[in-house]
Design a protein around this ligand. Structure first.
Ligand SMILES: [Zn+2]
Ligand SMILES: [Zn+2]
Length: 211
């Protein structure tokens, strides 16, 4: 399994491109905003012979969905996401206005609602869906038990946790979810966050001032 990170858009959001030997590829949180960002991604796919088959959003804040419409148009991909964040997508234009960001392209659509207990398959790889709300009500984490890694969206960062001052945010719920569902995973589990560098569960357990 190969994980490629693109850091994109004015929010410096991490878009992850996860591929397996067969060339099947999952995109997590496409934040592509400029043509250059889209081209760098397409070049990467073409250079490596990759075929995008799955699109997952860890949550539906604007910085994580800016590239959804492009993936839908170009590859016919419709996102997997949690229904709890549907209202963020409904209000996408309002989110864009709030951040002074012109919207490009049509509003993306959801292909499948996923929730705790669901599994997303990519070739022989399996990603378990964990619900960890608080940063947003529909925030999910994708956990690959066999590979010992997870995609955390804006739930957990190196030395920090997701902000909870947005609509429907809840700091207590976030900390409880991280403590019960993420800190109980093996220490060596690699955490790929929606912003900033990757970290591990063990590092955050001992060094994260919010936990
Ligand atoms: Zn967010
Ligand atoms: Zn974000």
């Amino acid at each position: 399994m190969i994980i490629k990170r693109f850091t994109v858009n004015p929010f410096q959001e991490n878009t992850y491109v996860v591929s397996v030997d067969s060339g099947e590829t999952m995109i997590i949180d496409p934040g592509f905003y400029t043509a250059n960002e889209e081209n760098a991604f397409v070049n990467y796919l073409e250079t490596n012979g990759l075929n995008p088959t799955i699109l997952v959003n860890t949550h539906l804040h604007i910085d994580h969905v800016l590239g959804n419409a492009f993936l839908e148009k170009r590859f016919g991909l419709r996102a997997f996401a949690h229904a709890g964040d549907g209202f963020w997508l409904e209000g996408l234009e309002a989110q864009a206005r709030m951040f002074g960001l012109p919207m490009r392209g049509p509003k993306p659509s959801i292909g499948l609602y996923i929730r705790e207990g669901d599994k997303v398959s990519l070739g022989k790889e399996t990603f378990e869906v964990l619900e960890v709300p608080g940063h947003s009500p529909g925030s999910i984490v994708l956990y690959n038990r066999a590979q010992g890694c997870l995609f955390a969206g804006d739930v957990l960062f190196e030395g920090s946790v997701g902000r909870t001052d947005f609509t429907a945010g809840d700091h207590g719920v976030l900390i409880k979810g991280i403590t019960e569902k993420l800190l109980t995973l093996p220490d060596e589990t690699v955490v790929y966050s929606g912003h900033g560098p990757s970290t591990t569960i063990g590092k955050e357990k001992t060094g994260n001032p919010y936990l």
